[in-house]
Design a protein around this ligand. Structure first.
Ligand code: PLP
Length: 261
């Protein structure tokens, strides 16, 4: 299904919609192959360097979760989407369908407040320092607005040990999880990883399996809020789904190769 698309071409807006529908089918097929219930894997579109028009095309095709790497782009794109409208059959202007955004890139501490303001989850928590800062800032936001709950965070796990990757090792994750669990304004909702960067299917599967086992270990240790496993991208989502992923982060399959920057 996904292989029916030319991954080197840049799709137009109509093709983005078609590709999103094909992605849904591919995820459903992978769920079924893995013996997992239909709908157990959420699709998060990775939208770095995509224009608001292209993101809106995916929204109209049914996408409702987006992942941003760059906080500045997250803020700009959320602002643009909030102002965009579509026209219904009676020519009334209605806002775009609702969506949520997660942060999937490294968060510099001076961008933490903006990340909290525009996203609903940060998937890349990788240090006590960042956790403390987010906890303090979310505490301030909650003091100002009683409707806010604790902010969802995932720990980013460096599951392959590659030095080029952000994230904590599984051993460090146990300690970090214990610290985050004491922070009143953060909710430790899951784990995120980028699979091993190799063509060897077994190494890729193993890098995902490590993270699934870590979640099971954390849950058994009493951290029951650790539910989500954000794993799998265009090239390895089938493997990730077989290994228990609950969220795949997909860019290229829908938007084509990333725009140059
Ligand atoms: C870009 C990106 C993705 C999506 O990768 P594709 O190969 O384009 O599907 C997923 N996760 C992260 C963290 C990314 O930066």
């Amino acid at each position: 299904m996904l292989s029916a698309f030319d991954m080197t071409a840049i799709p137009n807006l109509a093709e983005i919609r078609e590709r999103y529908c094909a992605l849904r089918e591919a995820v459903a097929e992978a769920e079924s192959k893995a013996g997992r219930p239909a709908g157990s894997v959420a699709i998060e579109l990775a939208v770095k360097y995509q224009s608001p028009e292209r993101i809106a095309a995916a929204l109209e095709a049914g996408a409702h979760l987006f992942g941003h790497n760059i906080i500045q782009q997250l803020a700009a794109s959320e602002g643009a989407l909030a102002e965009m409208q579509r026209t219904d059959s009676t020519s009334r202007h209605i806002p775009l369908p609702a969506h949520r955004t997660h942060v999937i890139g490294h968060v510099q501490s001076n961008k933490a407040a903006k990340a909290l303001a525009f996203a609903s989850c940060i998937e890349t928590l990788d240090s006590v320092e960042l956790a403390e800062r987010l906890n303090r800032l979310q505490g301030e936001r909650r003091a100002a607005n009683g409707n806010f709950g604790p902010f969802d965070v995932f720990l980013q796990i460096n599951s392959s040990g590659a030095p080029s990757q952000f994230g904590v090792s599984p051993a460090e994750a146990r300690e970090l999880a214990a610290r985050v669990a004491t922070m009143e304004h953060l909710n430790l909702a899951g784990l995120m990883t980028i699979g091993a960067h190799t063509d060897d299917t077994r190494s890729i599967a193993r890098s995902f399996e490590v993270v699934r086992e870590l979640r099971e270990e954390l849950v058994a240790a009493g951290f029951q809020s650790v539910v989500e496993l954000s794993m799998g991208m265009t090239g390895d989502m089938d493997i990730a789904i077989a290994e228990g992923s609950t969220i795949v982060r997909v860019g290229t399959a829908v938007f084509g190769p990333r725009p140059r920057h």
